[in-house]
Design a protein around this ligand. Sequence first.
Ligand SMILES: [Fe+2]
Length: 239
Amino acid sequence: MKIDIHAHVLPGIDDGAKDWDDCLEMLRRSAKCGVKAVIATPHYVSWKEGSSSKEIEQLCSQAKKKLLEKNGITMDIYCGNEIYYTTDAIRDLKEGKTLTLAGSRYVLVEFGWQSSYQIVCRAITEFREVGYIPIVAHVERYKCLRQLERLQVIKDMGALIQMNVEAFQGGVLDSGSRWAKNCLKEEMVDFLASDMHGLSRRTPIREEELQWVLKKLRPEYQKDLLYNNASRIINSIGV
Ligand SMILES: [Fe+2]
């Protein structure tokens, strides 16, 4: 059983699903892989015109309904955003312009690719000061976080870590994939998610992509990564 906390599945509102067909097929494939719930996380950038929280909520309930009607699949689709960090993002959260994950205190936060470690630390402090718990989206992307000691520091500051399943699909010669696997072996990661954007690139999670996880990681930790921690967010229990 899995819960996917990072998914660009809502149709036509960001660079994810293009239309309802795309959206429903992404959800159908997710369900086939054992995903029981998805948190939809369209991009939120404070200076860009985006979808309102209300629109996201409506699309989530429509997606759930259509998936049942057209595909006979029951899946919970929760609302969220992937929030691009700026100092304005926190103001927008307080004003309800952008969404936490499934109505919880947890927020999925992305940084610019070149962000410094200092900026990441400052952001975590700012989110924590006003009562939110930041989850660093696709941690594998940031050069400044490619040190286990730094990951430990930000976790100690109260952040959680999300990694894309795609991150560890490379072979032994792929340094990014080696790093991602090392983070997992060290149990630094709190959530594995798809960050799915479509059907051909950044796709829904496939069973075969999880073989390494099933072989190499502790069974209890596997469950935390793929289900338990996400379930605690949805049920508002601390991770
Ligand atoms: Fe994303």
